[in-house]
Design a protein. Structure first.
Length: 222
């Protein structure tokens, strides 16, 4: 009887472990050699241009090698592009590389600054790849006119996706737009709940919005 009970306990523990692995938060796919190379290239570029920010004239004696830095960023750009377009990779892997590619086009690193191309890659990473950071960056760009074109409807879609991915910033952005009726219909009870949940998650921007709207920062249910 004791042997049977012991075997049952072991089987239960094993099933519990399987359930935990199956239903717990999945671990990100490990980076491959190309990703590490691209990240190292970006660090090298930053090191080669250290101290050049905001300066109009750069002297040879300043230790800044802009040509080499640009070459390293171009190497990273090619790698991010290849990994972004390779849909045979795990979803989280290609998505994070699409996000990195979007960052390079938005900032003009290793290429001419190109907001439409950045948007293409952010959107793919967000809506197809479920990368919340890409959702947040493009939502902010679409809402704040950083690229010369406001698209509130698109910003709201991206905040909604980020919120569905449990990003408190995404829920705060969506709640704020819903409260103001931006990019879609106004729904203040739902907006308040989203902002309060984000505030409860210590996303201070949401707490600030609630205070400005004269709403309690505690979580109210509607």
């Amino acid at each position: 009887m004791l042997v049977r009970l012991f075997a049952l306990l072991i089987a239960t523990a094993m099933l519990s472990g399987v359930a935990s692995a199956q239903f717990g938060k999945p671990k990100p796919t490990p980076k491959n050699a190309d990703e590490y190379f691209a990240e190292r290239a970006m660090r090298d570029a930053a090191r080669l241009t250290f101290g050049a920010e905001g300066r109009d004239v750069i002297k040879p004696t300043d230790g800044v090698d802009l040509a080499r830095a640009e070459s390293r960023m171009e190497e990273a750009l090619v790698i991010f592009e290849n990994l972004c377009t390779d849909r045979s990779l795990p979803q989280d892997q290609w998505a994070r590389n699409c996000y990195s590619l979007g960052e390079m086009y938005r900032r003009g690193n290793g290429t001419a600054q190109d907001y439409p191309k950045a948007k293409t890659h952010y959107d793919a990473a967000c809506l197809e790849g479920r990368h919340s950071g890409a959702c947040m960056q493009q939502a902010y760009t679409s809402q704040k006119d950083d690229d010369g074109e406001i698209d509130l409807n698109h910003a709201r879609v991206l905040y909604e996706q980020a919120c569905s991915l449990k990003d408190p910033g995404g829920c705060a952005g969506l709640g704020n737009m819903m409260y103001m009726g931006l990019g879609g219909s106004r729904d203040r009870p739902t907006a308040t709940r989203l902002l309060q949940e984000s505030c409860a998650s210590e996303y201070t921007w949401a707490c600030t919005r609630l205070t400005e709207y004269g709403l309690p920062t505690r979580l109210d249910r509607f």
